[in-house]
Design a protein around this ligand. Structure first.
Ligand SMILES: NC(=O)c1ccc[n+]([C@@H]2O[C@H](COP(=O)([O-])OP(=O)(O)OC[C@H]3O[C@@H](n4cnc5c(N)ncnc54)[C@H](OP(=O)(O)O)[C@@H]3O)[C@@H](O)[C@H]2O)c1
Length: 367
């Protein structure tokens, strides 16, 4: 069991969205296929996860994602729909949530898990992958253990699936790095996390931390980086190769390029806030790539986001698209259960290379 609820409190404020895909128990309803078969689940260290997870950065973030507390009911339905359809991986972070809403993403996830009304087995199977920020004041392993306990408190669960370092300090505070690594070891040894992972680690740092953890008897389960048709550089490919050779799962974050790979934004229809500013720089050169995705989507009777996410799955990564609505979750679930052909992958990658502007890299991404 990946998750233990510490204090189950039933407060059924939102109803679960109907499950359209799991096998029906009624003899009068047609059997429906699951989104993916049990053998298509993916091993991640000691855990087994769905081939796609969902990201929850937006859940509590007003500045970038326009979060309002009035969205919580729909977020809960979104969560329920995901779990009912076999999604068991949810990515969050202790720094998610802006201002007084800091920690909101973890709090909401914990609440949604407690109030989940579907199959208990599905609830017990949920894997929370949270990330611990490398704040400058987190200088000892003990501070990471404390941070981990605070996340457990916010979610009201007893154990985290994957405890990840949100970023490396190698670029600006290399001496802090060993405290981060020892922090992961301490969390693991205390049984607070089932596995450990990293985020925004480049190829060199990834090998270093892998070897360090291995020597301490701690398996590195996952590495998450920005990975999408808008973000496939040499580094990403090198990281992917290292992950493959060391048995680390690559988690693809921002698989929809923060929303640009959904096709819904144009230069005359930009999202509000900082995203709009970023998109206005990139979207003008995006048409060849979007045209190629659209073409394949039409041919395969899929949608643009489904093709973009499926591409990540075909590249052996676990994409974690961010979702804010039931409609988005439903659509993104349609990225499962089929695969792009090798010709389609080549066509998409060719179009991606031709795009004049790519996503900017995360400032914390190391070499
Ligand atoms: N480790 C890190 O440093 C790091 C960094 C970034 C993200 N992440 C993780 O990765 C997750 C995913 O990345 P992301 O949220 O940055 O970006 P993303 O997955 O590329 O884009 C998500 C956004 O696209 C829009 N969207 C999603 N599905 C859609 C659909 N079917 N149709 C139309 N619009 C859709 C939604 O925003 P709108 O409706 O507002 O357009 C949604 O919030 C995050 O939630 C987080 O958990 C980690």
């Amino acid at each position: 069991m990946a998750l233990t609820i510490a204090t189950p409190t039933a407060n059924f404020s939102c109803f679960s969205a109907s499950n359209e895909t799991l096998f029906s128990s009624s003899p009068f309803q047609p059997l429906k296929f699951p989104r993916f078969w049990p053998w298509q689940k993916v091993k991640m260290g000691p855990l087994t996860v769905s081939p796609m997870g969902f990201g929850t950065w937006a859940w509590g973030n007003q500045l970038l994602w326009g979060y309002q507390q009035s969205m919580d009911c729909e977020l809960q339905q979104t969560f329920n729909l995901a779990v009912e359809n076999g999604i068991n991986l949810f990515d969050t972070a202790d720094s998610y949530g802006t201002g007084r809403l800091n920690g909101q993403s973890e709090k909401l996830l914990g609440k949604f898990i407690r109030e989940f009304q579907g199959q208990k087995g599905a609830r017990d199977d949920i894997v929370i992958a949270t990330k611990f920020a490398a704040y400058p004041w987190r200088l000892t392993p003990g501070q990471f253990v404390k941070a981990c306990k605070s996340s457990l408190d916010r979610m009201q669960i007893e154990q985290i699936g994957i405890g990840q370092l949100h970023w490396s300090t190698a670029n600006y505070a290399p001496l802090q790095e060993s405290a981060l690594w020892d922090g992961l070891v301490a969390m693991y040894e205390k049984g607070l996390v089932r596995g450990v992972g990293v985020s925004n680690y480049g190829p060199k740092q990834l090998v270093k931390i892998h070897d360090y953890l291995k020597a301490r008897g701690v398996p590195l389960c996952s590495a998450q980086v920005q990975f999408s048709l808008l973000s496939i550089g040499e580094d990403q490919m090198e990281i992917k190769d290292i992950c493959n050779s060391l048995g680390i799962r690559l988690i693809a974050y921002s698989p929809l390029g923060l929303g640009m790979l959904t096709g819904k934004y144009t230069t005359s229809n930009l999202p509000r806030g900082p995203r709009g500013l970023l998109f206005s720089q990139i979207i003008p050169g995006l048409e060849p790539l979007l045209r190629s995705i659209r073409q394949i989507a039409q041919k395969r009777q899929k949608t643009i986001p489904q093709v973009a996410i499926n591409w990540c799955i075909c590249k052996d990564t676990i994409p974690i698209p961010g979702v804010k609505t039931v409609k988005q979750a439903e659509e993104n679930l349609g990225a499962l259960g089929w695969r792009l052909t090798s010709d389609e992958l080549l066509q998409l990658e060719y179009a991606a290379r031709e795009s004049p502007r790519k996503m900017i890299q995360n400032i914390f991404q190391t070499r």
